[in-house]
Design a protein around this ligand. Structure first.
Ligand code: NCD
Ligand code: ZN
Length: 396
């Protein structure tokens, strides 16, 4: 395929280029092209490296009424993510090598690339070794059943896990939450500080999932080898929305107040990457108190809309949705439009205005906390491994 008539985001700039794609890779980046064969007209749109969302819950196996690898991957592709990383908190959590193998098999039907975080349990060190996962998820504090572990086990996991690979931390201190009945910023801060100390002693790279406040971002980033993730809902929603949304507004960690949200915007330069924390539940389940939002299809459009309103720079968006996650999670051939890299590309229409409608989304849960919001900016097309799987806002 020869992708012409596009502005490709290369080295921090959108440039008029022709992308020659062959065998799933970006073979050559040309200034112009005069041939006809294999030419695809990119309609003058902006081309970005495919998004990498390292924080999604695709619910298979065990909760496929909410989502499965196929529907979740459609949501990813429509939302501009060519690679996602699935979390281990299935009803039967991914804490054994056997279960990881099963998940990998089930995920073959996906349209995007799926990688996996492996769950740390109190005593599954041998399973971690056997599974040899790309990433380890440690729930410090809040979790259910088998993934709830002691600090001692958490630190031993850090010590034993491959030094070159990231360890993702859910940081909310369970003891504090139980003592005070509050799941507030303090609950998160206690866990961030604890995780940082453990990571420092064991000399590991850790990633603090879903930071919600300036304090968590600064505390996480007080250590060089600690990464701070932010979820879009802490940028675009607050306690005000929680009131309006009722049970649909329930999420872990909870939406913070408006002043916390404003402070987060002032510290976005310190955040390392965005994870959508795509955590779909059916509306009937939300009505019974389930926590979590779908996010794969709204994350990038929300960011593009913020760009259109002059709130974010394009460079920030690409860095946080693609370049940095590629680096943190060791995807060497992704994250940049570069000769030799995987041809994972998205075309975005910065001018396209659309309204978020839950029943028009690909996710199986079919609702959104952003219902009714008008956004300017949408994913027009998605190319995965050189194959066009989404074009003109439709699956091919
Ligand atoms: C997550 C989910 O539903 O899997 N929900 C959420 O609100 N983020 C669980 C979790 O990460 O605690
Ligand atoms: Zn999550």
């Amino acid at each position: 395929m020869i992708l012409t008539n596009v502005k490709a985001y290369i080295n921090g700039e959108a440039k008029e280029r022709v992308l020659e794609i062959k065998d799933g890779r970006i073979e050559k980046i040309r200034n112009s092209y005069s041939g006809k064969e294999g030419v695809v007209d990119g309609k003058g749109l902006l081309v970005l490296p495919g998004g990498i969302d390292s924080h999604v819950h695709l619910r298979e196996p065990g909760a496929t009424q909410k989502e499965d690898f196929y529907t979740g991957s459609r949501a990813a592709i429509a939302g501009g993510f060519t690679t996602v990383m699935d979390m281990p908190n299935n009803p039967v959590p991914t804490i054994t090598a056997e279960r990881l193998k099963e998940k990998i098999k089930l995920s073959k039907k996906a349209l995007c690339e799926i990688h996996f975080h492996f769950g740390a349990a109190e005593n599954n060190f041998n399973e971690v070794k056997k599974a040899d996962p790309e990433s380890l998820k440690i729930y410090m504090g809040q979790s259910t059943g088998e993934m709830r572990i002691t600090d001692k086990s958490a630190e031993k996991h850090m010590q034993m896990f491959d030094r070159e690979r990231p360890i993702v931390i859910h940081a909310e201190d369970q003891q504090y939450i139980e003592r005070t009945g509050k799941r507030d910023i303090r609950a998160a801060l206690i866990a961030v500080e604890k995780a940082n100390k453990m990571a420092e002693r064991t000399d590991r790279v850790i990633c603090i999932a879903h930071t919600t406040s300036k304090q968590e971002i600064l505390s996480a980033k007080s250590r060089k080898k600690t990464m701070a993730e932010i979820a879009p809902h802490y940028m675009f929603l607050s306690a005000k929305d929680r009131e309006k949304l009722g049970n649909l507004g329930l999420v872990y960690p909870p939406l913070r107040d408006e002043s916390t949200r404003m402070e987060v915007w002032k510290h976005l330069d310190k955040v390392d990457y965005i994870g959508s924390d795509h955590a779909p539940h059916l509306i009937s389940e939300k009505n019974q108190g389930a926590h979590g939002f779908p996010g794969l299809e709204t994350t990038l459009p929300l960011l593009l809309d913020a760009y259109n309103r002059g709130l974010l720079e394009l460079g920030w968006i690409v860095e946080k949705t693609s370049e940095n996650p590629a680096e943190v999670f060791n995807f060497n051939k992704k994250g940049h439009i570069r000769e030799g890299n995987t041809a994972d590309l998205i075309l975005v229409d910065m001018k396209k205005e659309w309204k978020v409608r839950g029943d028009e989304l690909e996710t199986k849960c079919r609702w959104s906390p952003y219902e009714g919001r008008t956004l300017k900016g949408k994913v027009f097309g998605t190319i995965k491994n050189g194959e066009t799987i989404y074009w003109n806002y439709n699956f091919q």
